[in-house]
Design a binder for this molecule. Structure first.
Ligand code: COA
Length: 316
C-alpha cells in the first residue's frame, strides 16, 4: 500500500469507463483535446478494450479518502514505418501526470514501439517536455461553420464519380484506393478490409457522401469518406452546432494528383453532407502536409478550429 499523499497507478476496468469519459470531457473543456468523447470513444472504451494492460487510474489517498487523480490510456498504430504508440492522459497535478507518462512510455517500450506520441492542444503541453518529448508537427481540426455554403466542385474530364450508396464498387476496391492515396502520408497505416467493413457498418457512416472517381481505364483516382454524428453536439464541452458532419478521408492516388480531383470530390461530399443534415462540418489535417491539403480545405471555406501539437519521443 502506498503512503498517504503518494500517487500510485492501478489497472483500470471497463466499470471505470465513466471516470475516463469525465476526464476526457474535462480535457476538452480545458483546451487539451479538441472535443469531448463521442461515439468513437464510447465504442473504443467498451468491454473489448484491453483495460488491464492499456489503461490506468492514478490514485492517491487524500485526507484518508482514496481519490482518482488521473487517467491514462495507451493506443497504437501499425504504420508502414513501425509501431507508433500514443498516450492520452488527464491528470489533476504534476505528480499524477508524471506517473502516467512514465507508465505510458513503459507500455510502448514493452510493445517495441518505434516512437511514442502525445497530442495536446497548443500551449497545453503540461509537463510533457520533461519526459523527453519534442514537438514534431502541428495537426489541425478545421471546421466549415453552418453559415458557410457548401459549393459543389467542378467535374474533372475523363473521370466518373460513384457514391458508395450505389453499391457498384467492391469493398476491396475502396480499400485499395485508400491505401494507394495515403501511401506517402505521415504515419500511414495500411487499412485492412476488416477495418473498412467496421467503419462502413457504423451508423455514422454516410454512404451517399462517400465517393470515388475512376478514370477511363477503370483505375480509381481519388476518394472521400464521410460520416455524420447526431449526438456529439449535445455533449458537455462541445461547442459546434450539430449534427456534425465529418470528412474522414480525402485522398488522391499519386499519379492522379493536381488535376482537381480532390477539390471536385470534396465539394460534392460537402453538398451531400449538408443535404443529410450536417450543420458544422469538420475534418482533421496534418498542418505540415507536403501536399498542403489544408489549402484545399481553406479554399472550400474551412478554417482552423483547433490546433494540436504532436509531441514525440523516439524509443529507438
Ligand atoms: C492532398 C491531396 C488529397 C490533394 O489531392 P489532389 O487531387 O491532387 O488535389 P487538387 O488537384 O484538387 O488540388 C486542390 C488544391 O490543393 C492544394 N495542393 C494539392 N497538392 C499540392 C501540392 N503538391 N503542393 C501544393 N499545394 C497542393 C492546392 O491548393 C490545390 O489547388 P491548385 O491546384 O488550384 O493550386 C493529395 O495530395 C493526397 O491524397 N495526399 C495524400 C493524402 C492526404 O494527405 N490527404 C489529406 C489528408 S487530410
Amino acid at each position: 500500500m502506498a503512503a498517504p499523499g503518494t500517487t500510485w497507478l492501478q489497472p483500470a476496468r471497463h466499470q471505470d469507463s465513466g471516470i475516463f469519459v469525465d476526464y476526457l470531457t474535462w480535457l476538452a473543456q480545458t483546451g487539451v483535446r479538441d472535443a469531448p468523447p463521442g461515439a468513437f470513444e464510447f465504442e473504443f472504451l467498451g468491454p473489448d478494450f484491453d483495460w488491464g494492460n492499456r489503461a490506468r487510474l492514478a490514485v492517491r489517498t487524500i485526507g484518508g479518502v482514496r481519490r482518482v487523480v488521473g487517467v491514462g490510456i495507451v493506443t497504437e498504430r501499425f504504420t508502414t514505418s513501425g509501431l507508433v504508440s500514443r498516450i492520452e492522459y488527464g491528470a489533476a497535478d504534476a505528480e499524477a501526470e508524471s506517473a502516467l507518462i512514465e507508465w505510458g512510455i513503459s507500455v510502448a517500450r514493452a510493445r517495441s514501439a518505434r516512437v511514442v506520441d502525445i497530442w495536446r492542444g497548443r500551449g497545453r503541453a503540461g509537463g510533457v517536455e520533461a519526459h523527453g518529448f519534442t514537438v514534431i508537427r502541428p495537426f489541425w481540426r478545421m471546421d466549415l461553420p453552418p453559415q458557410t455554403p457548401a459549393v459543389a466542385g467542378t467535374p474533372v474530364a475523363g473521370y466518373q464519380l460513384f457514391a458508395r450508396i450505389q453499391d457498384v464498387i467492391s469493398q476491396a476496391e475502396w480499400v485499395r484506393a485508400y491505401n494507394r492515396s495515403f501511401v506517402d502520408h505521415w504515419q500511414h497505416a495500411v487499412l485492412q478490409q476488416s477495418q473498412w467493413d467496421r467503419k462502413t457498418a457504423s451508423r455514422r457512416h454516410l454512404a451517399e457522401a462517400t465517393l470515388i472517381a475512376f478514370d477511363r481505364r477503370g483505375e480509381a483516382g481519388a476518394l472521400v469518406v464521410c460520416s455524420i454524428d447526431h449526438e456529439l453536439a449535445n455533449r458537455p464541452g462541445e461547442r459546434r452546432t450539430g449534427p456534425i458532419g465529418f470528412v474522414d478521408v480525402v485522398g488522391t492516388a499519386p499519379e492522379h494528383r493536381r488535376r482537381g480531383l480532390a477539390r471536385w470530390l470534396l465539394g460534392e461530399a460537402l453538398v451531400r453532407l449538408r443535404a443529410a443534415g450536417a450543420r458544422t462540418i469538420s475534418l482533421y489535417v496534418d498542418g505540415a502536409s507536403a501536399n498542403r491539403a489544408y489549402e484545399l480545405y481553406r479554399q472550400s471555406g474551412f478554417s482552423v478550429a483547433f490546433e494540436y501539437e504532436v509531441w514525440e519521443r523516439s524509443l529507438a
